[in-house]
Design a protein around this ligand. Structure first.
Ligand code: SAH
Length: 337
């Protein structure tokens, strides 16, 4: 297998005894011209193209299906018959963002999310994460969409539970000779694993961190997110503060508004009090329906937002796209065919 990592590129070119400029040519085809088919790499000798095609493949995956909707598309990236991962491309006015899945399945068990339904979590490798980005880039290119410049690791899975592979992916994404996407264009969304947030702060990386909060008291949070039984809000917020101190990045707190569950004015006041004095942003997420789950979207998004704003909290509301192809937040699930 011909991987997407530089090491693997080296291995392949060494195996074939190629000069280093050949490696650069191949790299350019793959990363700059978005070509994954050796036979189309026209500045390589025909015989070499053939040899490469026989011995290597650019990716271990293919896009098995695309589901398009206004402003977003869901790619089903197939690594094996029984390993199909969902990746979403979202287009904005002047760029596109890819939403990458970090695991196959999820063990976090948040009660309002589809991703945990079904299979237990399997970590995706750095390369499997990078391949999702690569396919997204090609897709945007082929569809005439704005180029993929931003990455959110917010698809299926808990990225901080797949820590080393996440770091490998971030380094591939950052690498100027590969994807060349800067750290300020990468956001990692976590359910709130406290030790791993501290560990991430210690790596010296400075990606943006989004933390799924969804409740401003431990009792309600435990009802919604089993992880809250392991880490109190106090510990979580202090890890986030540390993250901001170490990286200079403001943390985003995600808050999915569930009708009658966490969306009253009282909840809003509680949230504002909890976050008072924190350099942060609250991102309100409209709840997206998940078949079989009884939660409903809040009818009070604007009112809730006002409660926070009146108390000096920075708030944005997430634009929800892709609901009609089940590509929106919380609707992704990995599938075995
Ligand atoms: N495990 C990570 C990333 C995946 S989920 C995390 O928990 O942050 C990405 C975001 O979508 C999270 O904030 C998650 O809580 C939210 N989400 C989950 N289910 C949702 C739903 N049905 N509607 C809207 N957002 C949802």
């Amino acid at each position: 297998m011909f991987g997407l990592t530089d090491r693997e590129l080296d291995r392949a070119t060494n195996t074939l005894g190629l000069a280093s400029y050949r490696k650069d040519q191949i790299r350019q085809w793959i990363y700059e011209k978005h070509v994954g088919d050796f036979s189309l790499m026209t500045n390589l000798p025909a015989q070499l193209r053939q040899q490469l095609a026989q011995q290597f493949a650019v990716t271990e995956s293919r896009v098995a299906e695309v589901q398009k909707t206004a402003g977003a598309a869901k790619l089903l990236v197939e690594f094996a018959k029984d390993l199909v991962v969902e990746t979403v491309v979202i287009s904005y006015r002047s760029w596109s963002t890819v939403c990458v899945s970090s695991q196959f399945g999820c063990d976090m068990g948040c009660v309002f999310c589809a991703s945990g339904v079904g299979s237990p979590a399997v970590n995706l490798s750095s390369q499997q994460l990078a391949e999702q980005l690569w396919h997204a880039r090609i897709f945007a290119n082929q569809q005439g969409l704005n180029p993929v410049r931003n990455i959110v690791v917010m698809g299926v899975g808990e990225p901080l539970a797949n820590f080393d592979n996440l770091l490998g992916f971030i380094s591939a994404a950052n690498d100027p000779s590969r994807f060349a996407i800067g750290q300020r264009r990468i956001t990692v969304s976590t359910v709130g694993l406290v030790p791993q947030i501290k560990k991430l702060a210690d790596t010296g990386l400075a990606v943006y961190l989004a933390v799924s909060l969804h409740a401003a008291n431990d009792e309600l949070r435990r009802r919604l997110m089993p992880v809250a039984g392991r880490h109190s809000l106090q510990d979580l917020l202090s890890a986030c503060r540390k993250y901001t101190e170490a990286t200079g990045r403001r943390v985003t707190y995600e808050y999915v508004l569930l009708r009658g569950v966490n969306d009253t004015d009282t909840h809003g006041v509680e949230l504002a009090n909890l976050l008072k004095g924190h350099n942060c942003l609250v991102n309100l997420i409209p709840f997206n329906a998940v078949p079989g789950l009884s939660f409903a979207p809040s009818l009070r998004t604007e009112e809730f937002r006002r409660v926070l704003e009146q108390r000096g909290i920075n708030v944005t509301t997430r634009r929800s796209l892709g609901g009609d192809v089940s590509a929106a937040c919380g609707q992704l699930r990995n599938r075995r065919k």
